[in-house]
Structure formats: structure tokens, C-alpha cells
Design a protein around this ligand. Structure first.
Ligand SMILES: [Zn+2]
Length: 207
């Protein structure tokens, strides 16, 4: 009897999030019991009902399964107009050797020029050129790790408290991320101004 009343959201739900490479949380939802490619596609369609707002790249740990399902259920007909589904860099290591489809279509950093804005040319201190990933595909992993820290609190909550708590935490997380981005931008600006005034000083010294 008592067991019946016992509620443990983490046993019945898994939390799914959509987050931007900068760490801003765009959407979250709960999936009953487990995640499946079909549920992931539904979540994406609900978050981006308007084709014009869809992202160029969607990075998912099980990208190849989601892509397969999307082709099978026909939703790829519209998704393919706007977006490409890629595996995140961490998971790609485990996917690529055996899976032709994953290797061909879900590579997070193809070097064959097929997705030039995923790979950019950078330069080392010594002026040596090399290719690097244009985006941090770990933002979601980091977010998941952070949410995981609240697991023991979340699993003792009623469903309403669970929804409220998670939403508030993700809201603050996003505010915090935006603050950090602003601080970084301001610092960069200040540094630029400082080097300008350094130059001014130099000029003074010369005079
Ligand atoms: Zn794969």
C-alpha cells in the first residue's frame, strides 16, 4: 500500500533538454520511462514548429538512430530542408567504425568539405594551420552532468514540484550562462580598450 504512494520521477521519466552550443537551454521535457528516436523527433517538432526557426545542425548522442527513424516515418522530408542531424563528438568515437550511415551523415566534423561551417581553420602560435571543430558539442553533456547533481533531490519530489524545480533551475542556469557570456564580451572589449590606451601611453612616451 505504501509503495503505491511512493513517487520517484527519475524512475518514471527521463529528462530531455535542447541546448545551444553556448549552453543556453532552449527547451526541456520529460519522456515517460525512456527515450526513443520517435519521442526525440516529436520533441524537436514541438520545439521548432516553424521551419524557419530550425537549427542548421542538431547534435544528438543517438543521431544515427534518430536520422533512420526520421527517414522511415517521413519527417526527414521536411527536416532535411533545414537541418542536419549529427552525433556529438564524444559519442561519435563509439559509433563511427561499424556504422556506415553514421559515418557518412552524422559526423560532427567532416573533413571532406561537406559541412564547411562545422570545421574551421585555426592557427597555432607558431603560425601552423590546423582544422578544429567550430562548435562546442559538449554543451549538452555538461548540462546533463549539472542536472545529474540534483538527482537525489529530484527523485523525492512530487511531479508538480519536480516540474517547477527543474524549470526554475534551468531558467537560472540559462541566466547564469548569459551573464557569463556578457562578462566575457565586456572583458574582451575592456582588453581592447586597454591596449588602445597602452598605445596612447606609448605615444606619450615617444613625445
Ligand atoms: Zn551513430
Amino acid at each position: 500500500m505504501e509503495k503505491k504512494n511512493y513517487f520517484s520521477p527519475s524512475r518514471f521519466y527521463c529528462i530531455e533538454t535542447i541546448c545551444a552550443p553556448c549552453g543556453v537551454v532552449i527547451a526541456w521535457t520529460k519522456f515517460a520511462k525512456s527515450e526513443s528516436p520517435t519521442k526525440i523527433l516529436k520533441f524537436l517538432a514541438n520545439t521548432y514548429p516553424d521551419e524557419a526557426t530550425r537549427p542548421d545542425y542538431i547534435c544528438i548522442d543517438k543521431a544515427c538512430q534518430v536520422l533512420r527513424t526520421s527517414i522511415q516515418n517521413g519527417s526527414w522530408d521536411t527536416w532535411s530542408n533545414t537541418s542536419r542531424i549529427i552525433v556529438d563528438a564524444y559519442h561519435y568515437i563509439n559509433h563511427r567504425t561499424t556504422d556506415w550511415m553514421c559515418r557518412t551523415y552524422c559526423n560532427p566534423a567532416p573533413l571532406d568539405g561537406s559541412a564547411s561551417n562545422l570545421v574551421i581553420e585555426a592557427e597555432t602560435k607558431d603560425g601552423e594551420k590546423y582544422l578544429k571543430r567550430a562548435f562546442n558539442t559538449q554543451a549538452c553533456e555538461q548540462l546533463n552532468g549539472w542536472i545529474g547533481g540534483f538527482d537525489s533531490i529530484l527523485k523525492r519530489m512530487s511531479i508538480d514540484n519536480f516540474n517547477w524545480f527543474l524549470h526554475v533551475m534551468l531558467f537560472y542556469h540559462t541566466q547564469n550562462t548569459l551573464d557569463k557570456i556578457e562578462q566575457r564580451t565586456r572583458k574582451k572589449k575592456d582588453n581592447n580598450n586597454m591596449s588602445d590606451s597602452d598605445n596612447d601611453n606609448d605615444d606619450d612616451e615617444i613625445m
